[in-house]
Design a protein around this ligand. Structure first.
Ligand SMILES: Nc1nc2c(ncn2[C@@H]2O[C@H](COP(=O)(O)OP(=O)(O)OP(=O)(O)O)[C@@H](O)[C@H]2O)c(=O)[nH]1
Ligand SMILES: [Mg+2]
Length: 461
């Protein structure tokens, strides 16, 4: 893809071609209305005003390919900033292909991945943060992440980044002015003031950067690991949550050998459950080696469901596992007492009474207590979303990396000031800070940067 806006007219479906009853095909470019006039009838669509819808037919050599609704947008008031035609046709792959072929034959080119959004960026309809938000809106995995992406599309993050960028530019211009007057012995800006302003900017950058990790948590599904010794009913719980016999369950301990994960929606969040092989931890938890993979899962997960078998008295193994996990992960541990449909062991009851960790009793086999468990998981997610989150947060790794690079350059400016170096020595790092932050919104956008961003988009975006 070249960064000069190509002169040609591009076409691609912007919805799924199968499934649903309607598919939308977008045509964008300087000849889109002219080409539409050739293939759409029975009237002359080129006479339509911008932002209008009309009913018509797609024709090819006198044959009608489909009865359609056509939207017409005149530049610059369109998604791409160019003349745009959007054809709402029936979502049948044969029809869609016939329509695409008709337009390809008369002069359209098939759009590359992300090319509509790339054109929108190059035509000044949106900055890079907003272009990336388009992608995020479509792929977001929670309501919070969708809301964040929508807010970014409206420009909330861009404003914040622009503010920081303008401040750095201001400092830089004052310093240049200062250099120009160097002979006149006039100090336009005190070194102390420069230091203060840069420190404030570094703090704003850090706030945004911190929100990256919090933001990531909400862009991905909430991970919940089901753990416990063999045969307690972990896979049975997985099946109960999924409402299907997804995982093999048997009375033979050690049935599950590897990790099995599946996602379900609880209200408006996506939760990824991971069923693990039963863990065995010896007295001194020396055998950590064998469960390294499981520990990694525990570290990554938002919640660990530690399952115990209520029908059996607690043995050494149960106690070791509980001790091991609660020592390291007490802040994300929930004890699940399973098999409550059987006679509950008195020893287990007394044992659990003395454990100060939240517990829920269920029967995975008889599907009892499963909804209470789902409610609790949802509640934990909601409590998370109340804390540690800026309203505007960064979920994009590219933006995060550029922010950190900006901060590194600003820190170098601070170091130079602390070493009493003259303003001419600060200029290089200030320029580098401006360049880095400019890449976030796309004020500076090289071929490589843009190609890297848009290659991850799908065709039709
Ligand atoms: N009565 C009763 N039996 C259960 C319950 N949950 C599981 N079981 C039985 O316990 C046995 C073990 O169940 P699994 O779900 O395979 O246990 P697991 O923890 O995944 O076992 P491994 O994969 O071997 O670690 C099976 O015979 C299940 O039918 C329950 O709530 N009540
Ligand atoms: Mg299992």
């Amino acid at each position: 893809m070249k960064n000069i806006i190509s002169n040609d007219t591009i076409i691609a479906p912007i919805t799924s071609v199968t499934g649903g009853s309607v598919c939308v095909i977008r045509i964008s470019g300087k000849d889109s209305i002219l080409l539409a006039k050739k293939a759409i009838g029975p009237f002359d669509i080129s006479k339509n005003k911008g932002n209008t819808l009309c009913h018509g037919y797609i024709k090819n050599n006198g044959n009608i390919l489909d009865e359609v609704i056509i939207a017409l947008f005149r530049k610059p008031k369109s998604y791409t900033g160019e003349d745009v035609i959007e054809i709402n046709c029936h979502a049948n792959p044969f029809i869609v292909n016939n329509i695409l072929q008709t337009f390809l034959d008369i002069g359209c080119r098939y759009a590359e991945p992300g090319e509509f959004t790339k054109r929108a960026f190059l035509n000044g309809k949106m900055d890079l943060i907003q272009a990336e938000a388009v992608q995020d809106i479509i792929s977001s995995q929670s309501k919070l992440a969708v809301n964040n992406a929508i807010s970014q599309l409206k420009g909330s993050l861009s404003k914040k980044i622009d503010f920081i960028r303008n401040q750095i530019i201001n400092i830089s211009s004052f310093l240049t002015l200062d250099l120009d007057f160097a002979d006149g012995d006039i100090e336009i800006i005190e070194p102390e003031k420069v230091r203060e302003e840069i420190e404030i900017l570094i703090r704003s950058i850090e706030e945004l950067a911190i929100s990256y990790n919090a933001g990531k948590k909400f862009s991905n599904p909430m991970e919940v690991v089901i753990a416990g010794k063999p045969n307690v009913g972990k896979s049975s719980l997985m099946n109960a949550l999924l409402e299907q016999e997804r995982v093999i369950v048997s009375e033979i301990p050690g049935t599950t050998r590897d990790y099995i994960h599946e996602e379900i929606i609880i209200k408006d969040i996506i939760v990824k459950f991971i069923d693990t092989a039963g863990i065995r931890i010896t007295e001194n938890s020396i055998e950590i080696k064998g469960i390294e993979k499981t520990i990694k899962l525990f570290s990554r997960a938002r919640l660990i469901l530690l399952m115990l078998d209520l029908s059996q008295e607690p043995n050494k193994e149960d106690k070791n596992i509980l001790k091991f996990i609660s020592k390291r992960f007490s802040d994300k541990l929930l004890i699940i007492g399973n098999k409550k449909d059987l006679n509950i062991s008195e020893e287990m009851r007394i044992f659990l009474e003395n454990v100060r960790i939240k517990k829920i009793n269920i029967s995975a086999k008889k599907i009892q207590g499963i909804n209470i468990l789902k409610e609790e998981i949802y509640k934990i997610h909601q409590e998370d979303s109340k804390t540690g989150l800026e309203e505007i947060f960064i979920t994009n790794e590219r933006q995060y990396t550029k922010l950190i690079e900006t901060k590194t350059s600003l820190k170098k400016v601070l170091d130079a000031l602390a070493n009493g170096l003259g303003y001419e020595f600060l200029a290089v790092d200030l320029k580098s800070a401006i360049d880095k932050i400019s890449e976030i919104t796309g004020e500076i956008a090289t071929d490589d940067i843009l190609n890297n961003i848009f290659k991850n988009f799908c065709i039709g975006k």
